[in-house]
Write a protein that binds this ligand. Structure first.
Ligand SMILES: Cc1cc2nc3c(=O)[nH]c(=O)nc-3n(C[C@H](O)[C@H](O)[C@H](O)COP(=O)(O)O)c2cc1C
Length: 209
């Protein structure tokens, strides 16, 4: 298997450099409560605006009703592979604050919580793959999500399996080079679009924490 580690100008924490979103999951792998709890805690302890914690999660384990209901909401292109994951986790954001006014930051905060969950999964030797390709209305209905809560994503979590277990073009995507927009087109200073001048220090040693 080719390395999936991010190509970075300097070393970043291995948990971040090595995290990636596979589609080939081990269909025999189950997640114990000992593995599940740190994932939940990682999400729960994310930062949020005014500590409002707008996130809620629906968590299905492969074979249970919750998993089946979440799976049924996925786009067919995601159903091709996500059903081998051990967990399907739907992230839902509260759209209103407790005083009834809109919480415009709820999607931002909920995304942060999913990011923490994803990195914790990697720390446990698992992998996470977020999906926006699902039907939020169907998820609302089948899992009885109340008004005022917005389903944002579904994350498949499990143990990595070999890429050659995937069908045709998914197999090629699984091993394709991982890419990102260059630093100079992403980080600006002075005016929009003007690259932040960053001194590249090739002598900076590899991350060692
Ligand atoms: C909010 C969000 C929605 C995504 N939706 C899908 C999806 O529906 N199907 C899919 O296969 N991947 C989906 N992805 C995965 C991205 O394609 C993937 O993160 C991106 O290509 C970068 O790859 P990496 O995570 O391996 O670095 C989604 C990722 C995020 C964060």
């Amino acid at each position: 298997m080719t390395t999936r580690t991010a190509t970075t100008a300097v070393a970043v924490h291995p948990l971040l450099a090595e995290r990636w979103s596979p589609r080939s999951f081990d269909p025999t792998r189950t997640i114990s409560d000992e593995e599940l709890l740190p994932l939940l805690e990682a999400a729960r302890w994310a930062p949020s605006a005014r500590n409002r914690q707008p996130w809620r999660f629906l968590v299905g384990r492969r074979g249970d009703t919750t998993y089946q209901r979440i799976f049924a909401t996925l786009m067919s292109s995601n159903q091709l592979w996500a059903g081998n994951s051990s967990l399907l986790v739907a992230a839902v954001a509260a759209e209103f604050q407790e005083n009834g006014t809109p919480n415009h930051g709820s999607a931002y905060d909920t995304g942060l919580a999913v990011a923490q969950l994803s990195v914790q999964a990697h720390a446990l030797g698992l992998h996470a793959h977020q999906m926006g390709g699902f039907d939020p209305d169907r998820l609302r209905t089948s899992l009885e999500v109340p008004d005022g809560y917005r389903p944002l994503s579904v994350t498949a979590i499990g143990a990595l399996a070999p890429a050659d277990l995937l069908p045709g073009d998914l197999r090629a995507r699984e091993t394709a080079t991982r890419e990102r927009r260059p630093l100079t087109e992403t980080f600006f200073a002075e005016t929009w679009g003007k690259p932040l001048p960053v001194r590249y220090e090739p002598e900076i040693p590899p991350y060692d924490a």
